[in-house]
Design a protein. Sequence first.
Length: 356
Amino acid sequence: MNTAWQKFLEGRGAHFGENSQSNEPQHFGDLDFGDLQSELKHAQNDTILAPLSHLGVIRCTGEDSAAFLHNLMTNDIKGITPQSAILCGFCTAKGRLLADFVVWRDGPESADYLLQLSADIQPALQKKLSMYVLRSKAKLSDASDEIVLLGLSGPAAEIAIKTLTGDVPTTPYSVTQFEHGQVIRLDAQGRRFQLAVQASAAEAIWMRLSEHAQPVGTAAWRWLDIINGKPLITAATQEAFVPQMVNLDLIGGVSFTKGCYPGQEIVARTKYLGKVKRRTLLAHVAGGQPTAGNDVYSSALPDQSSGKVVNAAAAPDGGFDVLIELITANAQGSEVRLGAVDGPVVAFRALPYSLE
């Protein structure tokens, strides 16, 4: 994280990492503003503004950038315009996700691509992707210091964006380019936006947006991602899932027509040779402290794990909301528990999109 930006947030009451006052398990890059439950309530009911310090950014530059990334990712990188962003994944040869990304263009005239991913895996993924460059005219670099990521959500989010930029992206993953960066719309309702802004302008933009929104920490934003069914691959879940297991195909992160990429044969076979048997479901756990990678157990198969926690975050009304990858048949008519066959009961909730 940019040092000046971190000091600015600390001056406004932010607590980082081990100094965080959150009672939930710490995640890489976590920060809060001192009252987790209050921040979660604001995220549930009000307009909030969050520094996305748990996320990192890789810059890909060079005339072959589009072709280079297109040949590696699960989605159509060549189709990205300055007015659009996409979700995608990067897989092993066995089709297992090493990372998932949001990708967009850095400016209306720029040929650079920005790849957002979990900050805890960013250095290793950047190094691994660099191994594929070979003779391509493309270069990868860490952009996490030069670009500040902000999340804005709530009933006044659209008004706040319009006040800042004069224009609001109109559809999910459409982009508005403005003087100091980009705004990406995350939902159809116009309640959730992400901003990628130049670090030099971040403080002024924060002050303007905070006139419309309550500052909250990363846990509140991670909770919003979870209840919206948006997975994030972290170090704990690398190589655990093929894209369909975390619903990446259902939320627009997989193209089945773009051609080859690492693991493409496995991903395509999963689609075309029958119904996907494992999916990620939204659930609530009243007890325990679920974390990414925890096993879950079903009464239908008590002797072996039926799935894993993809992401977890404290919920506004207590307990934890979680995304759980699971054999879908085991979620129907069976009791599912966290961590062990006698662990806390998992209560499933409806996702905001269909699993069909």
